[in-house]
Design a protein around this ligand. Structure first.
Ligand SMILES: Nc1ncnc2c1ncn2[C@@H]1O[C@H](COP(=O)(O)OP(=O)(O)OP(=O)(O)O)[C@@H](O)[C@H]1O
Ligand SMILES: [Mg+2]
Length: 455
C-alpha cells in the first residue's frame, strides 16, 4: 500500500516507517499537517496515519481537507489517551479508525490488516464502476478527485435526456468543457452545439441574435436572419454568462424555455425547436435575483440540473494529473519530449490558490513548455507569485536586494494589487482599473500577463 505518515515526533515517524516498509508498503513521512497535506496531493496515498496534535495543521484539520479532496482515502488517527474525545470526533469526520499511543506492533498490525481488506473492497468497487464509465476522465475532462467523480456521475445522468443544465463555477474551472462533454456524449452529438456568449452581445442585438429577425424588422435588418435557437435545432444551445442577460430579454427566454417556441423579431410566425439548453455563469445568481437583476422564474427553469464545478484549490489531487495532461498536450504540439516536474515545483503548484483555476494552470504549463529548455520543470521556471512561502516577497518587510530581481518584486506587488482590486469590485474591470489608477486597457494587459481571468 501507498502510506503517508504524519507526526511531529521524528522517533514515531522512524518507527512506523521502518515497520511498515518491512511489511512491504511504500511509506512517505511528513512532520506537520501542512507538509502532510502537500505530500498527500503529491503522492496520493491510499492510507494516511496521522497524529492528532501537530503544528500548523492539526490531525482533524488534515483529515477534513484530505477527505474533501478524496473521500476514498483511509485515515487512521494516532492519539494520546488524554485526547480520546477528539479521536471520536475524528471518526465522525470520516476517519477509518484510531489507535491510542503508545501502541505495540501487534496493534498496528491488526489495524493494517483491516485496512488491507477495506482497500481490496474499494478497488473491487471501483473496478465495477469503471465498467460503466471511466473514472479518471470523462471525454476531455481530466480529474480524479472525489468531486470530479461526482460530477462525471451527474453528467452521465443527463446525457440521454433533454433536461436543462445550469453550470456554475469560478472562471477557468471548465464550464464550457463540461457543456461540450454533455452534448458530444449524448444522442444529440450529431446535431449542432451552438455557443452564445451573452455578455459579449450588446443588449440591443441579443434578442435578434437568439431568436432571429425578419427582413426590415429594424434598421440594419437588411435580410431575414435565423437566431441561435433555430440554428441549434436538434442539438444544444450553450448560453454562456447567462447572468449578463438583460431583464427585458429574460422574459423572452423564459417563454422559449417553457414552450420551445418563439417568433423572430418583427415576425409573427411561431417557430418550434427541439434544443437542449445548457447555461453557465461564474456569478452568484441568487444574489442577482435578490438585487432584482435576474428573474427568479427564469432561474428555476434553468436550474433543473445544477452542476457546480469546484475551484481547483478544492480538488488538489487533480493538480498533478492536469499538469501531466497539459505537459503532454503542449509537448506534442511543440514537438519536444515531455518534461518532468520537480518535487518542489509540484509542491508549489499544490500550495498555490489558482484564482484562474484550470485555465491558469494550462497557461502556465504552456508558457514553460515553450520557454524552458530543460528536461524538468523546476522552481526557477515558475512565475514569482507561485513560489513557496519562504521565498515569497510577502514575508519580507523590505524586499531584500540581491535576493530577488527588481522586476520580480514589481510584478509581485502589481499582481497582488490587481487581484485585490478585482476581488473588491467583484470582477468589474472598469471599477478595478479606477481604484488602481490605471486605464482598463493596461489592466487587461496585466491580467493576461499574470494569468488572472474574470469575465
Ligand atoms: N477538468 C479539465 N480537464 C482538462 N482541461 C480542463 C479541465 N477544466 C478546464 N480545462 C481547460 O481549462 C480551460 C478553461 O476551461 P473553460 O473554458 O471550460 O472554463 P470556464 O469555466 O468556461 O471559464 P470562464 O468562466 O472563464 O468562461 C480550457 O482550455 C479547458 O480545456
Ligand atoms: Mg466559459
Amino acid at each position: 500500500m501507498n502510506i503517508l505518515v504524519c507526526d511531529d515526533k521524528p522517533v514515531m515517524l522512524k518507527f512506523l516507517q521502518e515497520y511498515l516498509e518491512s511489511e512491504g508498503h511504500a511509506v512517505t513521512t511528513a512532520c506537520d499537517g501542512e507538509e502532510g497535506f502537500s505530500k498527500f496531493g503529491e503522492i496520493q496515498p491510499e492510507v494516511i496515519i496521522t497524529d492528532m496534535k501537530m503544528p500548523k495543521l492539526s490531525g482533524i484539520e488534515l483529515l477534513k481537507k484530505v477527505k474533501s479532496a478524496n473521500p476514498d482515502v483511509i485515515v487512521i488517527m494516532m492519539t494520546a489517551f488524554a485526547t480520546i474525545e477528539s479521536a471520536i470526533e475524528a471518526m465522525r469526520e470520516g476517519a477509518y479508525d484510531y489507535i491510542i499511543k503508545p501502541f505495540s506492533i501487534d496493534q498496528i498490525k491488526l489495524i493494517m490488516n483491516k485496512v488491507g481488506e477495506k482497500i481490496s473492497l474499494i478497488k473491487e468497487n471501483k473496478y465495477l464502476k469503471s465498467q460503466l464509465q471511466t473514472i479518471y476522465r470523462f471525454d476531455n475532462l481530466i480529474g480524479q478527485s472525489g468531486k470530479m467523480k461526482e460530477m462525471y456521475e451527474l453528467i452521465s445522468r443527463v446525457l440521454d435526456n433533454r433536461a436543462t443544465v445550469m453550470i456554475t463555477g469560478e472562471t477557468g474551472t471548465g464550464k464550457e468543457l463540461i457543456a461540450r462533454a454533455i452534448h458530444y456524449n449524448g444522442p444529440r452529438a450529431n446535431g449542432p452545439f451552438i455557443k452564445v456568449n451573452c455578455a459579449a452581445i450588446p443588449e440591443g442585438l441579443l434578442e435578434s441574435e437568439l431568436l432571429g429577425h425578419e427582413k426590415g424588422s429594424f434598421t440594419g435588418a437588411i435580410n431575414k436572419k435565423e437566431g441561435k435557437f433555430e440554428i441549434a435545432d436538434g442539438g444544444t444551445i450553450f448560453l454562456d454568462e447567462i447572468g449578463e442577460v438583460p431583464v427585458s430579454i429574460q422574459v423572452k427566454l423564459l417563454r422559449v424555455l417553457q414552450t420551445r417556441e418563439f417568433e423572430r423579431v418583427g415576425g409573427n410566425q411561431t417557430i418550434k425547436v427541439d434544443v437542449r439548453i445548457i447555461a453557465a455563469t461564474n456569478r452568484d445568481l441568487t444574489q442577482a435575483i435578490a438585487e432584482g437583476r435576474f428573474r427568479s422564474d427564469l432561474y428555476y427553469r434553468l436550474n433543473v440540473v445544477p452542476i457546480s464545478v469546484p475551484p481547483l484549490r478544492e480538488r488538489i489531487t487533480d493538480i498533478s494529473v492536469l499538469t501531466e495532461h497539459f505537459i503532454k498536450k503542449f509537448s506534442e504540439e511543440n514537438r519536444r519530449p515531455a518534461m518532468k516536474v520537480s518535487k518542489e515545483a509540484m509542491e508549489a503548484f499544490i500550495k498555490y490558490s489558482w484564482p484562474g483555476n484550470v485555465r491558469e494552470l494550462e497557461n502556465i504549463i504552456e508558457r514553460i513548455v515553450i520557454l524552458s529548455k530543460n528536461a524538468s520543470i523546476d522552481l526557477a521556471d515558475l512565475p514569482a507569485h507561485l513560489l513557496p512561502k519562504d521565498n515569497q516577497l510577502e514575508q519580507l518587510s523590505v524586499p531584500s536586494v540581491g535576493k530577488h530581481k527588481m522586476t520580480e518584486v514589481v510584478d509581485y506587488i502589481e499582481h497582488k494589487m490587481i487581484e485585490e482590486a478585482l476581488k473588491m469590485t467583484n470582477g468589474q474591470q472598469t471599477q478595478a482599473a479606477d481604484i488602481l489608477g490605471i486605464n482598463r486597457g493596461s489592466l487587461i494587459y496585466k491580467m493576461k500577463k499574470f494569468n488572472l481571468y474574470n469575465s
